[in-house]
Design a protein around this ligand. Structure first.
Ligand code: FE2
Length: 180
């Protein structure tokens, strides 16, 4: 099973984004233990994006998404988005605008004794019970589809990672096509 796919989709048009646009989601500060030391979750904010990008995505990507926004991850000094499954989507289609560092890795994990795919919004308490199953460094300027039901973390953030993220649920025809 692969956690990442690269669907053949048209590039995001070059439209200016406004990171100051209304924030519509912010994660709570929590942590995951690593070798007995808590690793604090980095702050992550979602921002509304220009209506013309929303419309472009409906026309050129898929009309089936339920959420689209600019995601800013890695502010306030913490370098890790701790292992989790996404709460608000099963699949994330992502276009990295700024990777937030030279070696920002997205690591997928399996918890010992558990299925690879897990319930939404799950945060393991300790890295000790996790085994890394895939590690990816995503480049800018390319659509990548992530299975957000598999526990994943973002490691080595040096600055704010900015990406356009589009959320889908299981059962969408687009996901079926892109994961073939
Ligand atoms: Fe996530």
């Amino acid at each position: 099973m692969s956690c990442v796919f690269y669907p053949d989709l048209p590039p995001l048009p070059d439209i200016a984004l406004d990171p100051e646009a209304a924030t519509f989601h912010q994660y709570l500060t929590i942590s995951c233990d690593k070798n007995g030391t808590p690793v604090n979750n980095t702050v992550c904010t979602r921002h509304a994006i220009n209506p013309e990008i929303v419309e472009w995505a409906k026309q050129n990507i898929s009309p089936e998404f339920h959420a689209i926004g600019l995601n800013c991850q890695g502010i306030e000094g913490n370098s890790v988005a701790i292992p989790h499954t996404d709460r608000t989507r099963n699949w994330t289609l992502m276009w990295v605008i700024d990777p937030g560092g030279t070696d920002v890795s997205t690591v997928f994990w399996q918890e010992q004794g558990c299925e690879v795919e897990r319930e939404p919004g799950y945060y393991p308490k300790d890295y000790e019970c996790l085994t890394a199953i895939e590690t990816h460094v995503f480049e800018t300027g390319r659509w990548v589809l992530l299975n957000a039901k598999v526990i994943h973390s973002v490691e080595n953030l040096e600055s704010v990672r900015k990406s356009i993220q589009i959320g889908f649920w299981d059962g969408s025809a687009s996901i079926g096509k892109w994961t073939k």
